[in-house]
Design a protein around this ligand. Structure first.
Ligand SMILES: Nc1nc2c(c(=O)[nH]1)N[C@H]1C(S)=C(S)[C@@H](COP(=O)(O)O)O[C@H]1N2
Ligand SMILES: [Mo]
Length: 328
């Protein structure tokens, strides 16, 4: 394995044996506090170390192999998310991906070896340049890494380094027409190999959508990687949508098609249970889910409960999108 100094920290093999806190120190996650780990007071250190996840992997899976051609550069605007990173093992073994299973602990195993081959991202509708983009063409739009908090509607949360490209770059590349008001996303349909899609209680493929100003927002991200490596199947390979201010279900995995429209598209969870899953799905601690509170969330790994923030803490980027509408 190439171990040259030019590699991204996430791709260095010694990461596998590095304690999480040293790893975080390296990535200068605490840079935002103006302190390294060693500069923390005893109390600060105690709080910091108690926040470190103690991963309990359900199954042992080899993480995807780093590829020397996949070299995302950290975007300094999103270099830290105010929380320690979740452990890669947890993120790779606790998944919501109903195409494989409704049980989070078994998705990774069922998805092992699964691949969309050949892969193409179809772009349709109100654009100047419709067509199919390869993964490489998408990544050429500007591969970068961003550390985002992630909040599932079920009140668990993680903090992860995604890599990919901004949705705005993709929209500029395909030339979205001024008449487009929304975009619809479609995940892959593969019932022969994704056995969850044989469950006809759900409408497959998974479908989602955004208003066009939400899609063009600086936070809206098309992820092709996690922890400096291309996405594993269980995390939505080869390409997924990431919307850090919304509940996780708004971000479809294994997306193969985007359609730019002049109307709001229906969406998977909203269609199934509109009183529980709203179209906007903005993280809001003051609006409980019908069956549980959204005031706090459980961190993946150590299980600590922390307060949920409006827009998952990303209000400075997105609150203005919603000032003319009823809270949602
Ligand atoms: N196609 C598809 N996309 C999906 C889902 C799914 O079941 N199918 N689950 C969503 C939900 S509810 C969450 S919380 C996240 C989970 O992403 P993760 O497993 O990488 O943490 O994916 C979202 N995207
Ligand atoms: Mo979720």
């Amino acid at each position: 394995m190439n171990n040259s100094p030019s590699r991204q920290p996430f791709q260095r093999p010694e990461r596998e044996i590095t304690p999480e806190q040293v790893y975080h120190k390296r990535r200068k996650i605490l840079a935002g506090l103006g302190l390294g780990v060693m500069g923390l007071s005893a109390a600060g250190w105690d709080i910091y170390s108690r926040m470190q996840p103690t991963p309990k992997p359900i199954i042992e899976l080899p993480p995807p192999q780093p590829s020397s051609s996949y070299q995302p550069q950290l975007n300094s605007n999103f270099a830290q998310a105010g929380r320690p990173l979740s452990s890669e093992k947890d993120v790779l073994s606790y998944n919501n991906f109903y195409e494989f299973s409704t049980k989070k602990e078994e998705v990774a195993e069922l998805a092992q070896g699964w691949k969309i081959d050949p892969y193409g991202l179809q772009i349709e509708g109100l654009v100047d340049r419709p067509g199919t983009l390869s993964l490489e063409q998408v990544e050429k739009l500007g591969l970068e890494e961003r550390i985002y908090r992630f909040r599932c509607v079920e009140a668990w949360a993680m903090t992860v380094p995604w890599s990919g490209v901004s949705m705005a770059a993709l929209m500029a590349h395909v030339g979205v027409k001024s008449t487009a008001t929304h975009v619809a996303f479609y995940s892959v349909l593969d019932p022969q190999r994704m056995h969850g899609q044989k469950n006809t209680y759900f409408t497959w493929p998974y479908f989602e959508g955004l208003r066009i100003d939400e899609a063009a927002n600086a936070l809206t991200f098309i992820a092709t990687g996690l922890y400096g490596k291309r996405l594993s199947p269980q995390n939505g390979s080869p390409l997924r949508v990431v919307l850090p201010w919304k509940y996780g279900y708004k971000g479809p995995k294994s997306v193969v098609r985007m359609v730019f429209l002049a109307a709001q598209p229906p969406t998977f969870w909203n269609e199934l249970a509109p009183d529980e899953y709203d179209f906007f799905a903005n993280v809001d601690p003051t609006i409980p889910h019908k069956r549980w509170s959204q005031a706090s969330e459980r961190l993946l790994g150590n299980g600590d409960r922390v307060k949920t923030l409006p827009y998952n803490g990303f209000g400075e980027f997105v609150a203005s999108l919603y000032q003319n509408q009823k809270k949602s």
